[in-house]
Design a protein around this ligand. Sequence first.
Ligand code: HEC
Length: 226
Amino acid sequence: MSRTRWLMTGLCVAGAAGALWSFSWFAGQLYPHATAGDLAYKPADDMPPRVDMASVQRDWPASLGDPGDGNRLIAYHREMRGKAPMPSASTGPVAAAPAVDLGTLLVGADAAAGKAKTQLCASCHDFTQGGPNRIGPNLWGVVGRPVGSHAGFAYSPAMKAHGGSWTYDKLFEFLASPGRDVPGTKMSFAGLRRPEDRAALIKYLATLGNGAPSMPKPKALASTAQ
Ligand code: HEC
């Protein structure tokens, strides 16, 4: 082979290697990889040296929204790696997620914001008095109304079997995830994840008509009243 041939071959090989390397570099940027048990993302420098694991477990997951809690979580995992298996139900009480109190949420809820949220429902529901059924039933006065009872709407068997009336609590559960709360419902709506959004929406729904029962009392107030 001539010298130029050798040179060309060399360049091709080097080029191919370079292309491969840059591709894998690029893939690494997209998907940082880590071996099992490693953290894919580097913890920040201001990591607290020691973590009060009990407190992390106790507040979990409510506290994770606070600034710096990502680091607490990472530090917590670091500590857990060197330790015995996670506490199971039999080794002691595991702190339950703190329950949201609907009564308290409703006091702080903003009905106007709730009204804005009904845009998410408007493609399927009418909210006016005497208004039509659409894909879903008319929702005027739904708070306090017996479940699945609006005239002229063909409810699913699942909804008919749900029973009772739409209390604040029931709506709060249902709107979080209709399909989970009433399996088989034909309301194809993912749900409103944020409890605050649901509370605001329900507060607004309760203003439609006169049938809504009084709002549940905040837990804190109810206990001091006794
Ligand atoms: C994709 C259409 C769709 C959307 C969006 C939707 N719904 Fe529904 N909804 C339905 C259908 C259909 C039903 C009847 C369910 C059944 O019979 O299983 C229903 C039922 C309901 C019921 C029970 C009514 C009764 O008379 O028992 C409530 C309450 C309700 N929806 C509230 C809402 C709210 C609040 C929103 C917005 C956050 C919403 N829905 C969004 C379709 C929808």
